[in-house]
Structure formats: C-alpha cells, structure tokens
Design a protein around this ligand. Structure first.
Ligand SMILES: Cc1cc2nc3c(=O)[nH]c(=O)nc-3n(C[C@H](O)[C@H](O)[C@H](O)COP(=O)(O)OP(=O)(O)OC[C@H]3O[C@@H](n4cnc5c(N)ncnc54)[C@H](O)[C@@H]3O)c2cc1C
Length: 511
C-alpha cells in the first residue's frame, strides 16, 4: 500500500478518533431527511351513515381518508381530476402519458411489457409502518428495494477530490480499503499503547480481534490484506480515499434516504398501493372531476368541479370537506378560507424535483458490471440519483432511473425532453459507455410541469404553519402529505390523513 505523508496521529485525529468523536460521523448527516413514522393507527369507534364528506384528490392521502371513513360508514366521495388514482405515487408504464404545462410537449410511454419507472414515490423504509400496514391489509405484495449495492460506483470529475477524480470506484473497494487502513492504524496504535482505551485488558484484546476481523487484517502482523470480495487486491491510498469523501457512504448503517435496510417496494410499481385502495373504495372514487371552487357556510360545504371529459360543471354539497389536493393546487383554488388559514396555505412550498426513466435494450449493468440495484454516486455528472432497477433482475431489458434530482439542475428545466435525455446519455456514458448503444426509450417527469401536481413533494412546513394546517378551518380539513412533518414520504400522507379523519370523526361523534 502507498504510504501517506500524514503521521498516524494526524490521521487518527482527522478521523476523529483522538478527538473523541466516532469515525466519519457527521458530514453527511444531511441525508437523514426522513421524518418520524406515523405511529399507531387511530382506533376509531362509532359509525356515521348520515354525514356527507367530500374528499378532494385521489392521491394516497385522499385514498386513505376515504378508506378509513368507509370503515366508519360515512357517506363519502373522492373527487379526482385525473382518470387514474395515486397522484405522486405514479408508476409510468407503457401507455402512460402527459403533456408538459409550459411547452405543451407531450410524451407517451413506450416501455416494453411490464417495465416501469416510479415517477414519484419509489421506496418504503421498513419503519414506515403506517403505509406498510396498508400494504398488508390491502394485499399489496412487496419486495425488497435495493437502496445500496456494494458493486455501485462512485465517479467524480473534480480535481479537489484528488487522485480518484475521473475513476470509477466501487463501494466495496471504498468499504474494504477504508476499514482496512483505519483498523490497521488503530490496531497498531493499540498494540503500541499509543492510545488510551477505556477498557479492561481482556476487552482491549477482544477489540483488537474485532478490528482485525472487520478490517480484513492479517491475524499475525495486523496488516490490511484486501479480501477477495473486494474485487482486486490493489487497495487505494488512504489519503486519496479520505480526500475523495466517498467514505461518507461507507457507514456501518445506511443513513441516507430511507435509513437502514431493508426498504420495500410494491411488486409491479408503487402505484399498486393506490390500486389496492381503489379496489376497496369502488365507485365512491370519481375520476375526471377537477375541483374548481370550495365554498363553506356555517352548515355545509359546496364544491364545484368540472367533468374533464365533457367540460360540464357540477356541484356537490357535503357536511365536511377534506382537501387532499397538493398545496400548490389548494393555493390557487377559489376557496373561502379564514385569513390565518389562507396565510398558512400560501406559506407552504414544494420541491422542484424531476425523474427520468430510460429503457435499455440490455441490462448491461448486470451482465457486464455485476450491479444489481442501488445507485451511481456522482455530483459532477449532474444526474442527481442515478439508479439501477431492483425488480425483474436478469430480464432482457430494464429501465434505469437516469435522473432523479432538481428539475433546474444543468438548465434541464428549459430543455425539451430530447435535450434532457441527451444530457443524461452524455453524462452517464462516462461511467457506462454502453448507454447510447442500448438506449431505447425515455420518459421524463418534471413535476412542476405536470398538471394537477404543479410541483413534487412539499417542503417541510414550519412549526407554526403545520400547527395551523393541522386544525380544521370551519368545515374544511387539510389532509395532504404537504400538511405533515414528512411531506416527502408516503408516511407523511398517512399522518395527515389519519389526523383529518380522527379530528373530523371526533367532532361528528360529539354531535
Ligand atoms: C420524485 C418523488 C419521489 C418520492 N419518493 C418517495 C419515496 O421513495 N417514498 C415515499 O414514501 N414517498 C416518496 N415521495 C413522496 C410521496 O409520493 C408523497 O408524499 C405522496 O404521494 C403525497 O400524496 P398526496 O395524496 O398527499 O398528494 P398527491 O399524490 O399529490 O395527490 C393529490 C391528488 O390530487 C389530485 N388533484 C390535483 N388537483 C385536483 C383538482 N383540481 N381536483 C381534483 N383532484 C385534483 C391529483 O391528481 C392527485 O391525485 C416522493 C415524491 C416524489 C415527487
């Protein structure tokens, strides 16, 4: 192994060991974006056949609200503008289509067979018991979502990261070499009594044994010997690895989006959850019903909607309304909210996020590179999260998630679909030269350009705004994921839907 000019003490200090903090903690804690799970489902008692409730929006939260009100026998109806259920939980398969609002550019999905890309929600942490509970209850089969694979590549073109710039480096190499080199240093320091370890002598010996095993050290000389599973026995220089920053991904627990393994995904795509609810709800879910206005009085709520097939306007009257519309839409709708609620609604925001699916004629990442799921990590390629499908392994074709990131990155928002695809093919080819030859078809979902969404998931609202959105405004309850502390996750939708249903039911039962 190359010797780094740093002294051992400097290295240990740079790793935080001498400073008392744990190894490599901290820098990437920004990945911990996940809010709390919804907790136990509210146990609601008593039925109400005479109370009419209109639920606006048939995304996951509207569907949950309807499903739960149905169990309590409410007279409810869900008005959904599109001709399909799920909202941001949209699985794009052959035949899916949409037209971008700003340019009028239309796409029709041409993926083969059952190939798909989840344009919105795609992975469920095992801690999200609210949404997982519904999968179980609705009979939606799940499979493991591979959020990380040891074969995944890092690739940066940036001289700041040192000698590893411009090289494809595998996660397994980073893990093995970082653990190998740092445990070697630590073991040596312990062997020589260079550091005080607050353990009994016996425990210190056990600790050394642990370090030897977990760092692939030779049991006699305590030197790092790369394991065969690393792929080659030419380790990277420790200084170069530290400079690259790749080690932030080599943590003992996966702290990036979704948290520790396992994560799950419905077999066939995330929208299967919406279809599961739809089966239960039946014709109480009205499609092509675009809500135009909401007017509440002391005694009732009147909702005007447009039938998008005929253009005819209709009115529905109810005792209560639960808005599960995206906040970006509620902001624009003609609704008589109290001034403080109107201010809270206007104070919400959403993420500018986009995804692109690319069907490839051959699963070259599996066949040529042994990659089965997980991501390609690169900031300089400007692809956001580039991911490999973790369903239908070994099939003939596959759909890569070529882009998941800010819709504005690299000026992509201003390019036609063809230009966005060109960006991804050019950039991703630096790591996978097979991209161009195998590329067959792309589908882009830039959420801000998508009618009835006009934005991706909500930004976490401030405490004050969330507190206001959590209370009813007259006869109107806000139930969408954007009105939760976890808007970027389905679990946020579960929280918001349960809160609305629980509050409404308690009020109705009080009479
Ligand atoms: C790119 C992306 C990645 C994500 N990844 C994950 C993930 O991995 N895991 C996870 O758990 N969550 C993820 N999420 C978040 C998750 O998708 C959302 O939290 C959740 O789907 C929000 O559900 P909702 O019902 O509140 O809103 P929406 O899904 O937006 O539903 C709103 C509904 O209202 C309808 N509507 C709009 N206007 C009208 C109108 N005028 N009249 C009638 N109906 C109307 C819409 O058609 C839609 O069906 C992701 C989201 C995005 C965008």
């Amino acid at each position: 192994m190359h010797v780094n000019p740093m002294t051992r003490r400097q290295l240990l200090r740079s790793l935080g060991i001498l400073g008392g903090s744990s190894m490599m903690l901290g820098a990437m804690d920004v990945w911990d974006l996940k809010g709390a799970p919804a907790g136990p489902r509210p146990q609601l008692r008593g039925t109400q056949a005479t109370t009419r409730v209109l639920i606006l929006g048939g995304g996951i939260t509207g569907l949950i609200a309807g499903y739960e009100l149905g169990k309590l026998n409410y007279d409810y109806r869900i008005l959904e503008a599109r001709d399909w259920a799920g909202g941001l939980t949209w699985t794009v398969k052959r035949g899916a289509q949409h037209t971008e609002m700003d340019t009028g550019e239309r796409q029709v999905c041409d993926f083969d067979g059952e190939n798909y890309i989840n344009a919105g929600a795609w992975r469920i942490p095992h801690t999200d018991e609210g949404i997982l509970g519904y999968c179980k209850e609705l009979g939606v089969p799940l499979e493991i979502f591979t959020n990380n694979s040891d074969a995944n590549f890092f690739y940066e073109e940036n001289s700041d990261i040192g000698p590893l710039s411009g090289r494809r480096v595998r996660l397994r190499e980073v893990k093995a070499d970082l653990w190998g080199a740092t445990t070697e240093l630590l073991t040596k320091a312990m062997d020589q009594g260079d550091i005080d370890v607050p353990l009994s002598e016996e425990d210190q010996e056990r600790l050394v044994q642990f370090l030897v095993r977990s760092g692939y050290l030779d049991s006699d000389d305590h030197l790092y010997r790369p394991p065969t599973s690393r792929g080659s026995d030419e380790p990277y220089d420790l200084g170069a690895l530290l400079q690259s920053g790749f080690g932030a991904r080599a943590r003992s627990l996966n702290q990036e989006t979704g948290g520790p393994a396992p994560l799950f995904q419905p077999i066939g795509g995330m929208q299967e959850i919406a279809f599961g609810f739809q089966r239960e709800i039946g014709d109480r879910l009205a499609f092509n019903a675009e809500v135009r206005s909401i007017r509440q009085t002391e005694n009732e709520v009147r909702v005007v909607y447009r039938d998008t097939r005929t253009g005819a306007e209709r009115e529905e009257v109810a005792d209560y309304v639960i808005s599960c519309l995206p906040m970006s839409i509620l902001k624009k709708i003609d609704v008589n909210l109290s001034p403080d609620m109107a201010e809270a609604v206007q104070g919400t925001g959403h993420a500018s996020v986009a995804k692109m699916g690319l069907q490839m004629g051959r699963r070259f990442w599996e066949e040529d590179e042994g990659i089965f799921g997980g991501h390609l990590w690169s900031r300089s390629l400007q692809l956001g999260e580039f991911s490999y499908p973790c369903y239908d392994y070994f099939a003939d074709k596959g759909v890569l998630l070529g882009y998941y990131g800010s819709s504005l990155q690299a000026g992509l928002n201003d390019l036609p679909v063809r230009g966005r695809v060109e960006h991804v093919l050019t950039q991703a080819s630096k790591v996978h030269p097979q991209m161009r030859e195998e590329f067959e078809h792309a589908y882009c979902v830039w959420w801000e350009k998508v009618q009835y969404s006009e934005g991706a998931y909500g930004r976490s609202p401030s405490e004050e705004i969330l507190a206001r959105l959590s209370e009813p405004d007259g006869r109107l309850y806000v139930g969408c994921a954007g009105a939760s502390d976890d808007p970027a996750w389905l679990e946020g939708g579960v929280t918001a839907a349960w809160r609305a249903v629980e509050g409404l039911h308690a009020r109705v039962m009080r009479g």
